[in-house]
Design a protein around this ligand. Structure first.
Ligand code: TRP
Length: 332
């Protein structure tokens, strides 16, 4: 693959979990190490779309930084930055929002689902326009590729729509970014009901202690029966744990089944806890080291944000000029 510019990121809403690792973090490290130009956005504007509690804002930004760094994102190869501290993103979002009808914005299924998930009912105007803000994030960096899960595809479609609308209206400035769909299987939560997520309380965090991991796996939902076999239809909970065992040990599922013929859930779960802990151990150790050096983490965030500002300001010069909003005789 030729080297690409890639934009990806997360909302700072708390620590990341194994689902994030499998679904995106792992892939980001690969993309970074292949020499692509990787920008990682800490999307703190987006956090506000469905909540206004901000007492943990800074702590959550640190958590995310620690998760990135301890999983192998390297600040010399990738640029980690804070959305709210890159003024171009707000400016571009403002311009782009003029090119989108309310009816079009309301078609996005993901914002409806996210609003429903909060249980609060009413959608904020910020949530309605969030995909356009995300389009601004992507277009301000002129990203080629955006690694996403299925739920983000509608946002990417809106990004491409609005890029086209801008180019048609003001002249060609933007290219249309492509989604890069993750091939990784989606991890269900330990309750085996829904995907792993912090808000559902069914997640193993990258920052969990070895004891916490063992405890969580021990009390994970299982199915009736006692055989260790991969049967997603009749034994969905066990199937999820088997996938987890497979992903973090590298062993094939048939091999794992063979290892546990004649054994029960308790043995299997105890070993799964060891497998997950062996995987998490180096991440945990790295995390501990970075956590002791808050000044370094702060520097990573500040330098990354500075680089993001320079990069996006370059795009904005083209945008303003195309729009005749550079006012050349006033702002020379
Ligand atoms: N919406 C993404 C999420 O919820 C976060 C995000 C914000 C993002 N801006 C982005 C992802 C730009 C990719 C590109 O995880």
């Amino acid at each position: 693959m030729t080297k690409k510019r890639i934009l990806t990121g997360d909302r700072p809403t708390g620590p990341l979990h194994l689902g994030h690792y499998v679904g995106s973090l792992q892939n980001r490290v690969v993309l970074q190490n292949e020499g692509n130009e990787l920008f990682i956005i800490i999307a703190d504007f987006q956090t506000l779309t469905d909540r206004t509690e901000t007492e943990h804002a800074e702590e959550y930004v640190y958590e995310l930084l620690l998760d990135y760094l301890s999983c192998g994102i390297h600040p010399e190869k990738a640029t980690i930055f804070l959305q709210s501290r890159v003024p171009a993103l707000a400016e571009l979002s403002m311009y782009l929002s003029m090119l989108v009808t309310v009816a079009r914005a309301q078609q996005n299924p993901t914002i409806k689902e996210e609003t429903k998930a909060t249980g609060k009912g009413a959608m904020s105007l910020g949530m309605l326009s969030m995909p356009i803000s995300q389009a601004a994030d992507i277009l301000a960096f002129n990203a080629d590729l955006v690694p996403v899960g299925e739920d983000q595809l509608p946002h990417l479609e809106q990004t491409r729509d609005v890029a086209r609308a801008f180019n048609r209206t003001f002249g060609v400035v933007f290219k249309e970014p492509q989604p890069l769909l993750s091939k990784a299987p989606r991890l269900m939560g330990l309750d085996a009901k829904q995907k792993m997520s912090k808000s559902r309380g069914n997640a193993i965090f990258l920052s969990d202690s070895a004891d916490a991991v063992a405890q969580k796996i021990k009390s994970a939902t299982t199915d009736s029966g006692k055989e260790i076999i991969y049967d997603p239809v009749h034994k969905p909970a066990l199937a999820n744990l088997l996938i987890m065992y497979h992903l973090f040990s590298g062993k094939s599922i048939p091999d794992i089944e063979r290892m546990y013929t004649g054994k029960g859930y308790a043995d299997f779960k105890a070993d799964l806890a060891d497998v997950v802990n062996a995987f998490l151990e180096p991440i945990r150790r790295a995390r501990g080291e970075f956590a002791r050096d808050k000044a370094y983490c702060a520097l990573v965030a500040r330098e990354g944000t500075q680089r993001a500002c320079e990069e996006t300001e370059g795009t904005m010069r083209k945008v303003r000029s195309a729009m005749r909003y550079d006012y050349p005789t006033i702002f020379r």
